[in-house]
Design a protein around this ligand. Structure first.
Ligand SMILES: Nc1ncnc2c1ncn2[C@@H]1O[C@H](COP(=O)(O)OP(=O)(O)OP(=O)(O)O)[C@@H](O)[C@H]1O
Length: 263
């Protein structure tokens, strides 16, 4: 199992690096600083959870890091390559080749079969599918006998399995997951988390997951805590109890700051 930043003693590029990333929403009358000079570096083959109170900037961080949104300032690197901005087609091409994304609501194409959904990113990027990886991913995810079904014929947990297979099959440099277990019952959520963990140790996949659930966060190697658009703490080798306790303190801090600002 490799979860370090070196391979065979040779230093490898960070799977994800953010340099002073700031995102300000100017749409409303009062600009909102959703991310404030966030810098971080994550090694390949690691599983990181991002937690924080509601409105702390978790989704904004995930969207900026994955090229779904453009930071107001700062830089994002995936596998050492800077995310290109400017023409939308350039970012889209970059994303298709290097980034997988798992959404809370699965976001499968309803008219396509499981097989077509899983192969869609490869088809769109023009990347040849590695048949061995395709077969291994489907075996691990446990969908081999459902390939000709449509998403509406599957349970929520099964649809999320399809979404995970879709994210993994092109062997992206990083997979982002936004509340991947948020719509699932506890037992199914555990199965999905186990699959994500397996992707890390079986495929050496780098995974970054936003979650509200301390048990889900405890599956990761590292938890980053966000508050008011900044990283305010980190916890290596987390436990659910320790994460829950830290989150309670973060929530209290935010309430205290808001009360002082209003006074
Ligand atoms: N399009 C937007 N326009 C203006 N403000 C926005 C926009 N999107 C997000 N925000 C604000 O940016 C801040 C961070 O939002 P974000 O959705 O990243 O937080 P979050 O931690 O993911 O929250 P939650 O846990 O509730 O999903 C919040 O104050 C939010 O209101």
């Amino acid at each position: 199992m490799s979860r370090g930043s070196t391979s065979g003693g040779v230093a490898t590029a960070d799977a994800l690096r953010l340099e002073a990333v700031t995102r300000i929403y100017e749409s409303s009358r009062t600009p909102v600083i959703a991310l404030n000079e966030v810098s971080l570096a994550l090694a390949p083959g690691t599983f990181t959870a991002i937690m924080g109170p509601s409105g702390s900037g978790k989704s904004t961080l995930l969207h900026c890091a994955s090229g779904l949104d453009q930071p107001t300032r700062g830089k994002v690197y995936i596998g050492g390559a800077e995310l290109p901005y400017g023409r939308e087609s350039k970012v889209t091409k970059f994303r298709r080749g290097r980034i997988g994304f798992i959404f809370q609501q699965y976001n499968l194409m309803p008219t396509l079969t499981v097989r077509q959904n899983v192969l869609l990113p490869a088809r769109l990027s023009g990347k040849a599918v590695d048949q061995e990886r395709y077969t291994t991913v489907l075996e691990r995810i446990g969908l081999a006998d459902r390939l000709d079904h449509q998403p509406s014929e599957l349970s929520g947990g099964e649809q999320q399995r399809v979404a995970i297979a879709r994210a993994l099959v092109t062997a992206p440099e990083i997979v982002f997951a936004d509340e991947p277990t948020g719509a699932l019952d506890t037992a199914t959520a555990r199965e999905i988390l186990t699959l994500l963990d397996e992707a890390v140790y079986a495929f050496g996949q780098t995974v970054v997951m936003v979650t509200h659930d301390p048990v889900a966060a405890a599956q990761a190697d590292l938890v980053l805590f966000l508050a008011d658009g900044r990283i305010v703490g980190e916890m290596p080798t987390p436990t659910a109890a320790a994460v829950a306790e830290r989150m309670t303190r973060l929530g209290d801090d935010v309430v205290e700051r808001e009360t002082m600002a209003e006074a």
